[in-house]
Design a protein around this ligand. Sequence first.
Ligand SMILES: CC(C)(COP(=O)(O)OP(=O)(O)OC[C@H]1O[C@@H](n2cnc3c(N)ncnc32)[C@H](O)[C@@H]1OP(=O)(O)O)[C@@H](O)C(=O)NCCC(=O)NCCS
Length: 142
Amino acid sequence: MDILLSTLHLEDLENINLADFDDFWTKSILENELSSPTSTYLVAKQKDEILGFAGLKFLLDEAHITNIVVRKDKRNLKIGSALLEALINKAKENSTLITLEVNEQNSPAIHLYQKYNFQIVGTRKKYYNNKFDAYIMTKYFN
Ligand SMILES: CC(C)(COP(=O)(O)OP(=O)(O)OC[C@H]1O[C@@H](n2cnc3c(N)ncnc32)[C@H](O)[C@@H]1OP(=O)(O)O)[C@@H](O)C(=O)NCCC(=O)NCCS
């Protein structure tokens, strides 16, 4: 599969129908994120089609994954893996760790992070809809 990774820009939002990805993000959250000087977003494209995107927010020496999402009809094709690998490489440039919260029920995502040696280092109780716990998953560099 011929996937190209590049920086996600505000102009790209016109070409994203968020309903094709997941129910979590709105355009305005994404606009804020893309305008933030402490965030970096990547997009996975096949020709001009957007198949996935992912973001990092930098806080002191930590890189936080804000989201990684692949179009519903393009999952299980290693696009998530390619995005995560690129985020890890970006984070390594100036952070000591990369971390995120993931819903304890989200086995595809947990599997993806474990594949890249993220460890479950803690839990946030009832973090999602006051119902499901979040795992805090972290990968330390060095
Ligand atoms: C999580 C997500 C980004 C993975 O993207 P993807 O492109 O389908 O992932 P990949 O094809 O790179 O697969 C990565 C690994 O996860 C595994 N995986 C994929 N779907 C799985 C599932 N339903 N259950 C268990 N493992 C799964 C794959 O087998 C692969 O492991 P392998 O290489 O050992 O076979 C995608 O499912 C998604 O967009 N989910 C909705 C958004 C989301 O929940 N994001 C995470 C927020 S923390």
